[in-house]
Design a protein around this ligand. Structure first.
Ligand code: CP3
Length: 331
């Protein structure tokens, strides 16, 4: 059990910090920023300097995996990511995993710099959940209704299973290299887990995430694994009973049975302040923060959001939450 509830925020580096925007103004190409080890390490530490969070998360993006597979990935201002959409594994280049990984070698250098710079803080590496990454590869970017990916998994199952296998394999190797270079935790951001119903959820969410946990535990038992199958609702329970997790990150819509299961299995709960409450601030923010601390006081708990920090979030609100969490006495 933690003596004090640790705290960090998903997307804690990034668009709400003026010091990030300053760097971003100079570097027009977002992926170039992800692949500049000194700058990426500096951005990763920016929120630690300001708020003294307990964890550093590597600055990078989940879409470096399609990039490593030779898919065209661009981040256009105010349009989010844009990928040249693919239709099957024939449209990517995965013949040589080591060759694909080489395209990401700068990320491992960033990890190594962070490891040496901030020894006292725990370092989190990450990748996207395989289904979430595949969603962007097929949709070609952010999508409103996700019709292409839904059609793909329902009507082209073999193609979809072939592709997700490649994304899973490469993601595992990518995480292993992050571990080699010094990350203490890995988080798998399965942001679009909520799109799928029962049988597809089993094949495209549970199976790939289970495979990642299995291979990472085999490779490095001491590395802690954080899973975030966002939007899973009642299927969070199925996820937890099937996929090994040291930490389960939850959003605002999780089933109550989750709490006793995590207690029994000694799984840490991470979450789950609504980013909108963080943005709006005021008395409501302090109350919501205290409610969350109270709700999870009998669990091991890492304070976090239910999704990432929103651009435009006032910095003082972030400070207020940090102070409220630090002042909280664990019983
Ligand atoms: O948490 C952190 O501070 C570490 C860095 C991090 C980024 N992206 C940096 C980023 C992490 C962990 C991610 C994960 C990520 N990226 C996810 C999973 C988490 C989630 O939010 O659901 C997803 C789906 C992506 C894909 C992605 N990257 C989108 C949809 C966008 C555009 C919209 C947005 O939120 O900004 C990005 C760009 C991105 N990734 C930015 C940052 C700081 C902003 C880019 C910019 O400066 O223009």
């Amino acid at each position: 059990m933690f003596k004090k509830t640790p705290i960090w925020f998903m997307r804690q580096a990034g668009r709400y910090l003026p010091e990030y925007r300053e760097i971003r103004k100079k570097e027009k190409n977002f992926l170039d920023l992800c692949f500049s080890p000194n700058l990426a390490a500096d951005i990763s530490i920016q929120p630690i300097r300001r708020f003294d969070f307990d964890f550093i998360i590597l600055f990078c993006d989940i879409l470096v995996i399609p990039y490593a597979l030779d898919q065209d990935v661009q981040f256009k201002k105010d349009h989010g990511p844009q990928l040249n959409p693919i239709y099957s594994k024939k449209d990517i280049n995965y013949k040589n995993l080591n060759g694909n990984l080489k395209k990401l070698s700068a990320v491992f250098d960033t990890v190594s710099i962070l490891k040496h710079k901030k020894k006292e803080k725990k370092l989190i590496g990450f990748c996207g959940g395989p289904f979430t990454v595949m969603n962007y590869m097929i949709e070609g970017g952010t999508s409103k209704n996700h019709l292409k990916i839904k059609n793909f998994v329902e009507k082209e199952k073999k193609n979809a299973l072939d592709l997700i296998k490649i994304v899973t394999e490469l993601s595992i190797e990518y995480l292993k290299k992050q571990i080699d270079n010094g990350v203490d935790y890995v988080q798998i951001f399965e942001s679009w887990a909520g799109l799928l119903e029962e049988s597809e959820y089993e094949r495209f969410i549970i199976e790939p995430n289970k495979e990642i946990s299995r291979k990472i535990r085999e490779y490095s038992p001491k590395t802690k694994i954080i899973h975030f199958p966002r939007g899973s609702k009642e299927k969070y329970v199925k996820f937890l009973t099937n996929v090994y997790c040291d930490v389960i990150s939850i959003d605002n819509n999780y089933p109550q049975e989750l709490i006793p299961i995590t207690k029994e299995k000694k799984i840490i709960i991470q979450g789950n302040l609504n980013p909108i409450d963080l943005m709006n601030g005021g008395e409501n923010l302090v109350n919501k923060t205290k409610e969350i601390l109270e709700k999870f006081k009998e669990n091991d708990h890492i304070f976090n959001l239910s999704h990432g920090v929103l651009p435009g979030t006032p910095i003082d609100n972030v400070k207020k939450v940090k102070i409220t969490v630090d002042e909280n006495e664990r019983t």
